[in-house]
Design a protein around this ligand. Structure first.
Ligand SMILES: Nc1ncnc2c1ncn2[C@@H]1O[C@H](COP(=O)(O)OP(=O)(O)OP(=O)(O)O)[C@@H](O)[C@H]1O
Ligand SMILES: [Mg+2]
Length: 597
């Protein structure tokens, strides 16, 4: 066995670099975070060949003193913390004092910087772990770090890098995350001489989010904003219609730091569970702010994981905030205060103003733009599909009425499946069963919560064949059945009878719904049926209780359904996360007919 000896400094740094600087994107992340820690308001990034050949970042932060330049490149040297207490309350992005030293060990690094009170800039460079002396240079106040040929001296590592295009994509993702977290700061990104992103400073959060994640996300997003004690959750969460087949639009930040965290992910998933199809992934950009002492950021060298001291409380807070933000009825016309107000510095508190969430739903469902004024509609009133019926609440009688409800008035039923309605923007198409199913589901939930599900006695009890276990389950589950609005009792050792059932399910077949409930009781027992299985069960019952295809509805019934949709939370999606309605605007119709072209 060779003797035990201390490793040379360069090798120590190269080993550390393996953890901190996995690829060009991790170097970029560290550089961006250093600039933000230095108070920069303008940060420019230039990459060549995916950042492998060159990664250069210039900022206008406070700079580094001539005499301290060399320390910046030394391991375990930091200006950000100096005690354990500091570590436990860390508010800066960096604190480990190793990022630059690691980069200097695996690339050619040049650091040029100037502070406000220096009359000129200084420059220092590192090659193979050897630091040059600081020499005078020309540079405005701020810092430029240049990293060339990443991993040139550790070929094994370099081999693990992917293609330039892939490495660039990782870099861009890192850039986007950090740019999202600080709309107050100007950022630019160039790759191989081409400007890819140019984001000006002082943008409001929605603008920054929309620029980086796309207008579609912006339109489908509801503003989230909640403060409780010393916790705050702000940002934007997309309604289910803008969901993804992968997790690539999930941005979660803790105290400004992008993290992947199991507690948060689980809470978010749960908040979307009731409205999102199980194969889809929600999209969001959310910022949790909390006292630094409540979260340990020193979990992983790359600082992309955190540990909450009170994870249960954080879970609850995130879940409830999101669930509330997403529970929006399919209604409400945009108001003057619709757009989120701009906000200023997000430095420590991400003060995103609450917007009128309903407006966002409208935008999502109805496409761009505002509802036209009534005059505009009246002018086009030649456009009527004429269902033949002109009921008191049909659109023909509302030309001079001040308001058309958001989902408009029913015109006709299409093939026994869809309701066609007319609102101020044009045509609304509603999936009748899906919409009604959500309404029944939400009503069942609310009345079960209030312990009052209205029941209706059947004129003639419905009896059906049952086995011993069915009968035993019914006997043991009497209390649960009552809470659910059912009266089911054994008639004989092989027969059960439904004597009463929830009014809301009166459209359904008594035996079928009774079997659903009994099946659940058999499999899970009464207490689980009312707790963890509750939503599943109510959702199945709602499906039975909702109007079936091919049932002919009168215009009055259709209008009643539209009005209920406007009142019901989450009614934009059915219980399985599919949309329940969409709008075809007059413009879109005009386009189809090439009118005015
Ligand atoms: N862009 C910059 N502007 C001003 N000072 C900087 C800049 N980049 C680095 N520094 C200084 O150099 C020091 C070392 O930076 P480095 O990134 O290696 O460590 P750190 O940020 O302190 O901790 P971590 O390793 O967690 O990032 C910093 O503490 C800071 O004082
Ligand atoms: Mg750092």
């Amino acid at each position: 066995m060779p003797a035990i000896r201390l490793l040379p400094e360069l090798l120590i740094n190269q080993i550390a670099a393996g953890e901190v600087i996995e690829r060009p994107a991790s170097a970029l992340k560290e550089l961006l975070e250093n600039s933000l820690d230095a108070g920069a308001t303008d940060i420019a990034v230039q990459l060549e060949s995916g950042g492998i050949k060159l990664l250069r970042l210039r900022d206008n932060g406070r700079g580094i003193d001539h005499d301290e330049l060399k320390f910046a490149l030394m391991r375990h040297a930091t200006s950000k913390i100096s005690s354990l207490d500091d570590l436990q309350n860390v508010a800066s992005m960096g604190f480990r004092g190793e990022a630059l030293a690691s980069m200097a060990a695996v690339a050619q690094l040049t650091l040029t910087s100037r502070t406000a009170d220096a009359d000129h800039a200084s420059q220092i460079s590192a090659q193979d772990g050897h630091l040059s002396d600081a020499s005078p240079a020309s540079h405005p106040i701020g810092t430029t770090v240049e990293i060339r040929e990443l991993y040139f001296n550790t070929p094994a590592r370099r081999k693990f890098l992917k293609t330039e295009a892939t490495e660039y994509a990782y870099c861009e993702e890192v850039f986007k995350r950090i740019a999202l977290s600080r709309p107050d700061v100007a950022f630019s990104l160039q790759h191989n001489g081409r400007t890819i992103w140019q984001l000006s400073s002082g943008q409001d959060a929605l603008k920054r989010v929309t620029m980086l994640l796309g207008a579609e996300f912006g339109n489908a997003a509801v503003a989230v904003s909640r403060q409780a004690a010393n916790l705050s959750l702000k940002g934007f969460a997309a309604l289910p219609a803008y969901s993804k087949s992968s997790r690539d639009a999930q941005y979660f930040f803790v105290n400004g730091r992008f993290v992947r965290d199991k507690v948060a992910s689980h809470a978010l998933r749960l908040a979307y569970q009731d409205i999102l199809h199980h194969q889809r992934h929600p999209a969001f950009a959310l910022f949790l702010t909390m006292p630094p002492a409540g979260v340990d950021v020193n979990v992983h060298p790359a600082k992309s994981e955190v540990r909450f001291r009170e994870s249960q409380g954080i879970h609850q807070f995130i879940f409830h905030t999101l669930q509330q933000a997403l529970a929006i009825p399919a209604q409400s016309t945009p108001s003057a205060s619709a757009q989120p107000a701009p906000f200023n510095s997000m430095q420590h508190s991400l003060g995103i103003a609450q917007s009128n969430a309903a407006y966002q739903v409208w935008e999502m469902q109805a496409g761009q733009g505002q509802i036209p004024a009534m005059g505009a509609t009246a002018e086009r009133s030649g456009w009527q599909m004429g269902s033949g019926e002109n009921t008191p609440d049909s659109p023909l009688n509302t030309h001079h009425a001040p308001d058309i409800p958001p989902l408009g008035y029913a015109l006709a039923q299409l093939l026994g499946i869809y309701i066609l309605a007319q609102n101020a923007r044009g045509l609304i198409v509603v999936d009748m069963h899906a919409a009604h199913e959500r309404i029944v589901y939400e009503k069942l939930k609310a009345s079960l919560d209030a312990e009052h599900i209205a029941t209706q006695a059947l004129l003639i009890p419905v009896s059906f064949h049952a086995d011993t276990l069915d009968i035993a389950s019914v006997e043991a589950g009497q209390e649960a059945l009552k809470k659910l609005g059912f009266d089911i009792a054994p008639l004989s050792p092989t027969t059960l009878a439904v004597r009463a059932m929830p009014v809301m399910l009166k459209q359904s077949e008594a035996e079928a719904v009774a079997r659903v409930v009994i099946g659940e009781l058999r499999e899970f027992g009464a207490s689980r049926v009312l707790t963890e299985r509750r939503n599943e069960l109510l959702s199945t019952l709602a499906c039975h209780g909702a109007v079936r295809a091919n049932r002919i509805l009168s215009v009055t019934e259709m209008n009643a359904l539209l009005r209920e949709m406007e009142q019901t939370e989450r009614s934009g999606q059915c219980n399985h996360g599919r949309p329940t309605w969409f709008q075809l605007s007059l413009n879109e119709l005009d386009k189809m007919f090439m009118r005015g072209q």
